[in-house]
Structure formats: C-alpha cells, structure tokens
Design a protein around this ligand. Sequence first.
Ligand code: BJW
Length: 233
Amino acid sequence: MNIVVLTGAGISAESGVPTFRASDGLWEGHRVEEVATPEGFAANPALVQEFYNLRRAFLSEVEPNAAHLALAELAARWQGDFTLVTQNVDDLHDRAHQQIMPAAGFSLIHMHGELLKVRCTRTGKVMDWHSDLQPYHPSPFDPSGYLRPHIVWFGEIPLEMAQIEKALSECDLFLSIGTSGNVYPAAGFVQLASMAGARTVEINLEPTVGQNLFSEHLYGHATEVLPPFLATL
Ligand code: BJW
C-alpha cells in the first residue's frame, strides 16, 4: 500500500512555528504581497531578506514535535511507497527523520522550498545556508547574480511537481495534515488522490474549505490525534 502525506503549517504549530493565515490577514505584521512574491522582493529586497533572516534564525529555537516524529516512525517501518510532501519551509520533518532513522532515506519533498537553502537569481543553483543574507547578497555562482531565499513565492512554480503527481497517481492512502487548503496546487492534491482511488483523510484543528473532498476527517491537535491514528496503519 502506498501512502502520500501532505503537511502544512499546522503540523509545526505545536513546535512554536507560527501559521500563516492569521485573522488580520498579515504574516507577522506584513502583507503577503510584500514578503512572499517576486514583485515584493524586487521592490524591497532589504525587507524580504530580513523577514526570512529572522525566520531562518528562529529555527534554532524550535524542535520537531510528536506529530513530526510519528510520521518519521511510520516512514521507517512502512513497506510500501511513502512520500511526505510538505508545504513547510522549516526543517522539522528533516530533523525528525534524522532522529528516527538517520541512515536510511525516504522521499521528503519541500514543495515550497526551504529556509535553510538559498538560490542564485542568475543560475538558479541552490546551496545550503544557515546565516543571514544581505539585501543584494553576491552569488558565488555568477558575478551578476544575487542570493535569494530558496522559497516558492506566489506566482512561482512549486518544486518537484512531476514526482508529487506521480506519487499521488499511485497512492492508496492520502493524508492532509494541518493545512488550510487555501493555496494551490497543494489544495488540489486530494482530488488527484481520489481519482487514483485512494482513501483520503483530513487531519486538522477544524474543518477546512476543502473538507467535502475528503472521505474521512480527524479533528484535533496534530500531536494528539496523529500518533494514535498512524499506529492503526
Ligand atoms: C492545525 C494545528 C494543529 C493549526 N494541529 N492543525 C486563484 C485560484 C486558484 C489559485 C490561484 C488563484 N490565484 C492565484 C493562484 C495560485 C496561487 C494560490 O494558490 N493562491 C491562493 C491564495 C488563491 N498559488 C501559487 O502561486 C503557487 N504557484 C502556482 O500555482 O504555480 C503555477 C503552477 C503550479 C503547478 C504546476 C505548474 C504551475 C505558489 C504557491 C506558493 C505558496 N508559498 C507560501 C509562502 C512560502 C513562503 C513563506 O513561508 O514565507 O507557502 S504561501 C503559504 O501558504 C506558505 C504555505 O506553505 C502555504 C500553505 O499554508 P498552510 O500550510 O495551509 O498554512 P495556514 O496557516 O493557511 O493553515 C494552517 C492550518 O493548520 C489551519 O487549517 C489550522 O486550522 C491548522 N492547524 N494548528 C492541526 N496544532
């Protein structure tokens, strides 16, 4: 049996990472267009680099929680294909996986990028990065390029889409955990999984806009409801 798991900001919420869609419509005091679009970056690179510098630095203050660890444990013992697609740019799934089974690999896709990577604006080359970026940070790959966060902003194409769509087309169980279902293409994954005949389960604090697309629902905090659910698989 093949499993695809999609996670969103809700799975990291209990580690202390803020979710996105606050009731005031702002992300940590900023309008989305200012900090999460290519146009926002072009207009004010200092603001955008600082926004991501703060979030990158904050990663050292948070740890994977019981939900991240339960998924890593499932990946370690699962005999069929197991694909974890996260919209999160934090590294908490990576660290949970390192804790549970450091030697073995499994398919973890950061479809919206990673805070701990940067990309050359000229060549598109990606490298690991753990410190701050300057507004116009010189790229080591090309003298006319700069380094930007390796983050998929609105209007940009999410990463590894072909691999994700293949996994969805072959999956028997699709779990959507802690995501509001507001952002595409991730919000449409449940329909691709359904078309493949998969059992589809939404796990969230509350019903989301896409709740009717799922065959089953589990409502509660991810750290509380996910480990016992995964233990039944
Ligand atoms: C808990 C919990 C707990 C809390 N336990 N649960 C009109 C219609 C349709 C689409 C579009 C449209 N206009 C434009 C578009 C496309 C656009 C889009 O979707 N816009 C919508 C806003 C309408 N999408 C794009 O531009 C994407 N690109 C694209 O479509 O390219 C075209 C293409 C696609 C495919 C192939 C070829 C071409 C790119 C989207 C990039 C999104 N990037 C961001 C920002 C990253 C930077 C950053 O981090 O700063 O990614 S947006 C932001 O939202 C972030 C997240 O990954 C993403 C999803 O958020 P998420 O995870 O759902 O978080 P929240 O906060 O919304 O929800 C948290 C949930 O957790 C809630 O439900 C809580 O209840 C729950 N929860 N605590 C369980 N303890």
